[in-house]
Design a protein around this ligand. Structure first.
Ligand SMILES: NC(=O)c1ccc[n+]([C@@H]2O[C@H](COP(=O)([O-])OP(=O)(O)OC[C@H]3O[C@@H](n4cnc5c(N)ncnc54)[C@H](OP(=O)(O)O)[C@@H]3O)[C@@H](O)[C@H]2O)c1
Length: 311
């Protein structure tokens, strides 16, 4: 149920800019929106797309930082699979130094999700261990690189040997093939006190094992429910470990909260991108007309890193 249609072009209101889109990232939540289980927030466009890169073509009243002609990328509420999008100026970022306009489209959603959850909320420390599930995906490849850059130990789960090898090259100390090995046992061999922070998008299916693997004062951060939404939580295990369970969605947050995340990403992540410590991992780029194929690739999970659409 994906179709390309002509709609009226956007005009910027106060505090907004219009971006002529060069490329848009495909994120797994887009697949869920397509399936009807992740609707856009009230008032937002129902055009898919949580991030883009491009050139500013119009600027609304009160916008001082951005000008027509600036090359940027942006975290979007929706609307990235298009030629043009209107967005609040506070969600716009410069293209990091040294990156092409196309590559910049691969960053905003994963950088903001990983930075806000692993670093701002769970406050991962350099001497700690992070377990990130699905290390070869868009979120996973960003989490491995950022945590490794911080100096933390990084463990990850993956579905194939090819993905495991890629994650190790990116900086993972351990890549567990979850189809063949038990990640709880394997991570304990890396750090016998367990994982200080777990970034999880599997949900119910991993809840019990995630909680059992948490270290004392560990933080389990749930950002997705690929393995189901209803599980049994052992509160006793959390109590005795003084552990925390956090669950968040980025898109429905208020604008001010998202703008604060975007500003923190620019201050903390963009310098690591500029010096090539953190790289956009682009698996494939499709023309917007081939959006169905792009969704199929993510659905099949054959990708490593990000799939992009070129408009
Ligand atoms: N809360 C938020 O604000 C937010 C924002 C963005 C994304 N997300 C969520 O984050 C998740 C990742 O998004 P993405 O765009 O990075 O998707 P993605 O690129 O498709 O990555 C998902 C990865 O999960 C792996 N996977 C699947 N089943 C697994 C399992 N049982 N154990 C471990 N890994 C498994 C897949 O590889 P294999 O198939 O080979 O296992 C794939 O590499 C999605 O659930 C998405 O909804 C949440």
């Amino acid at each position: 149920m994906l179709e390309i249609r002509d709609v009226p072009g956007p005009t910027p209101g106060p505090g907004e800019v219009v971006i002529d889109i060069a490329a848009a990232g495909v994120n797994r939540p887009d697949l869920q929106q397509r399936l009807g289980v992740y609707p856009p927030p009230p008032g937002a466009s129902d055009v898919l797309g949580l991030e883009c890169s491009g050139t500013i073509s119009a600027v609304g009243d009160g916008v001082e930082r951005w000008h027509v002609g600036d090359e940027v990328c942006a975290l979007l509420i929706s609307g990235g699979y298009a030629d043009k999008v209107v967005t609040p100026a506070g969600l716009v970022l410069p293209v990091p130094a040294g990156l092409s306009l196309l590559e910049a489209a691969a960053l905003p959603e994963v950088a903001c999700t990983v930075w806000s959850n692993v670093f701002m909320l769970a406050a991962l420390q350099p001497e700690e261990t992070l377990l990130v599930h699905g290390g070869a995906g868009g979120i996973g490849t960003m989490a491995i690189q950022l945590a490794h850059a911080l100096g933390a130990k990084v463990a990850t789960t993956v579905g194939s040997e090819e993905k495991a090898a890629f994650c190790r090259e990116l900086g993972a100390d351990l890549a567990v093939n979850y189809r063949e090995q038990d990640f709880v046992e394997e991570v304990r061999q890396l750090d016998d006190s367990g994982a200080d922070v777990i970034l999880d998008h599997i949900g119910a299916k991993y809840l019990e094992r995630n909680v059992s693997l948490l270290a004392t004062e560990g933080r389990l951060v749930v950002i997705g429910l690929m393995g189901g939404r209803k599980g049994e939580l052992d509160l006793g295990a959390l109590l005795s470990k003084r552990a925390a369970l956090i669950a968040t969605l980025l898109r429905p947050r208020p604008l001010e909260s998202k703008a604060a995340i975007v500003a923190s990403v620019e201050a903390n992540v963009w310098p690591l991108v500029a010096d090539r410590t953190v790289k956009p991992i682009v698996h494939a780029t499709f023309p917007l007309d081939d959006v169905r194929r792009a969704h199929e690739v993510v659905e099949e999970s054959s990708h490593i890193g990000k799939v992009l659409l070129r408009t």
